[in-house]
Write a protein that binds this ligand. Structure first.
Ligand code: TNX
Length: 529
């Protein structure tokens, strides 16, 4: 460090760094430093922020110094990829020598995903116990740099990072987003683009809704017509599509490179028209229905009393589990209006052990709590504030008995709900969900009677009845996705709309720089363009 400090002083263009180093805490900052983003203007809000000291200025001599491990190098390479196009700097990733930005793996109170970021005139150091923590720290560093850092052409700078320390660990281990690729198919590239956007806000689960009435989207060797026939259309009658196993693995790999785990969902026993249409034998009457391109729900069911149904489930779960390195497999279970309660319970009693047999933990929509959730299963709650007390109590009771909860209340964080009456896309069955409404609730106290420790986190679903491409996805997800991320990451003590709307407003220019066409919600003080 000393060495580094002396040699940078020789470079005229770096006078600011030298001056900042000499001035230290308390002295008036150099003029340009006034433009550094305040250390607490971050979404999701960090657990603790201690501003102070000199800013760091990124220059053409900055190195990204990493520990000599493959994982740390990877995070370093990712950071370099983010910073090089806009700064125009070389930013070599090195394991020794001088480094303005340092990524350090070390023991400490960071947990699996937390980090500390220290910034002063000499550099920025991100310390974490695990690579995911370094990665999340890098997302914080991005937000501390000017929004123009997100552009893909060289920008003028200066590239200042305010001085001080951030200590940060997530409130919840499950911070998810769900993408429905069944109602409208989204390509591998479209899914990867969304993954990159989720990573900006430290989300760590991508739940892929891979099957529904309108489309089966994953290749299964034992039942090839699921994809070739069941995947051949979508809402509105377009060509649909499906992921080959290689496609799916590419998504999983890309997600892993952004420290997200893919949670695949095969929705059963309802929402299965695409499968029923692909194989007549799966139907109780032995007759395959036509493909479906409308948006009704609740009209299809697997045939619970036919043995072939469980051969089918065994095959599809086995093949999907084998492609999925993550712990979880989501079996749906919502809106099974064409399955009797008795059949629903029978079905879940038979299917949950199959998921366990292939090494996965069951996740289901909260209707699963009306059957007997397997030990360790998670239930995803998608009710509303107005959902009846009995239904809420059933979920709360399951939570008291050990079922973990993922909170996705539809009238709060369903990203497919319209913001207001003028929103051109989306649905409104759960009401309009404006930005404040989607942010202003506490997952820890949301479901009456559920023990706070049963809450594993939050997830923002995006159903795609009206969503056809990335522009649509982004308009509905941004800005509400950022609020969901904050509810999942930030301590309850940081929660507050007045502070949030200011931090959120600062994201607008970043989304502009990234080409994300977001909804400029009137309740947020976006900077003029
Ligand atoms: C309800 S939420 C559904 C989906 C629809 C969504 C539209 C849930 C588990 N099921 O089938 O796509 O509403 O908002």
């Amino acid at each position: 460090m000393r060495q580094h400090h002396r040699s940078t002083r020789l470079l005229g263009s770096l006078l600011l760094v030298a001056a900042a180093g000499v001035l230290g805490v308390g002295a008036a900052p150099p003029a340009a430093a006034r433009h550094a983003t305040p250390l607490d203007r971050i979404v999701p809000a960090p657990a603790s922020v201690t501003p102070g000291g000199s800013p760091y200025r990124l220059t053409r001599d900055t190195h990204i110094r990493v520990d000599d491990s493959r994982e740390a190098r990877r995070v370093g390479a990712y950071l370099a990829d983010v910073l090089r196009p806009s700064t125009g700097y070389r930013l070599p990733v090195t394991t020794h020598g001088r480094g303005g930005i340092r990524l350090r793996l070390a023991k400490g109170p960071f947990g699996a995903e937390g980090y500390r970021l220290d910034s002063d005139g000499r550099g920025v150091t991100i310390t974490a116990a695990a690579p995911a923590g370094l990665f999340h720290g890098v997302q914080t560093l991005r937000q501390l740099l000017p929004a123009a850092v997100e552009k893909d052409t060289v920008q003028p700078g200066p590239w200042l990072v305010a001085g001080g320390t951030i200590r940060d660990t997530p409130r919840y281990g499950w911070r998810g987003a769900m993408l429905d690729v069944s109602r409208h198919f989204l390509t591998v590239d479209q899914v990867k683009r969304y993954i990159d956007q989720l990573a900006l806000y430290k989300l760590n689960k991508l739940h892929l809704h891979l099957s529904d009435d309108q489309g089966w989207r994953i290749a299964v060797d034992a039942w090839p017509r699921l994809a070739t026939h069941g995947g051949s259309t979508q809402v509105g009658g377009g060509p649909g599509g499906h992921y080959t196993k290689a496609d799916y693995q590419e998504i999983v790999r890309h997600a892993a490179s952004r420290h997200l785990e893919v949670v695949p969902e095969l929705d059963m026993p309802g929402h299965t028209n695409a499968a029923l249409s692909s194989y007549a034998a799966l139907n109780c009457d032995g007759v395959a229905p036509p493909l479906y391109t409308g948006t009704e729900v609740g009209f299809s069911s697997l045939c619970v009393n036919k043995e072939i149904t469980y051969d089918f489930v065994d095959d599809v779960v086995r093949e999907l589990a084998a492609l999925t390195p993550g712990r979880y497999l989501h079996i749906g279970g919502d809106e099974a209006h064409s399955t009797s309660h008795e059949d629903y319970v029978t079905f879940m009693d038979r299917v949950q052990p199959i998921v366990a047999e292939y090494g996965k933990t069951v996740v289901g929509w909260h209707q699963l709590t009306g059957a007997t959730p397997a030990k360790g299963a998670l239930a995803q709650y998608w009710g509303l504030d107005s959902t009846g007390a009995a239904e809420k109590a059933q979920v709360a009771e399951a939570a008291q008995n050990g079922t973990g909860l993922i909170l996705s209340p539809a009238d709060r964080i369903y990203l497919d709900m319209k913001y207001d009456a003028n929103t051109p896309l989306g649905l409104s069955w759960a009401g309009y969900v404006d930005v404040r409404r989607s942010y202003d609730w506490d997952p820890g106290a949301y479901l009456p009677g559920a023990p706070p420790e049963a809450v594993r986190g939050v997830e923002a679903p995006l159903w795609t009845e009206t969503i056809e491409n990335s522009a649509h996805v982004e308009y509905m997800a941004f800005p509400r996705l950022a609020g969901a991320a904050e509810l999942g990451w930030s301590p309850a003590a940081t929660h507050g709309w007045d502070g949030y709307r200011v931090r959120l407003a600062a994201q607008g220019p970043r989304w502009d720089a990234l080409g994300i066409g977001y909804h400029r919600a009137p309740e947020v003080p976006w900077p003029a363009r």
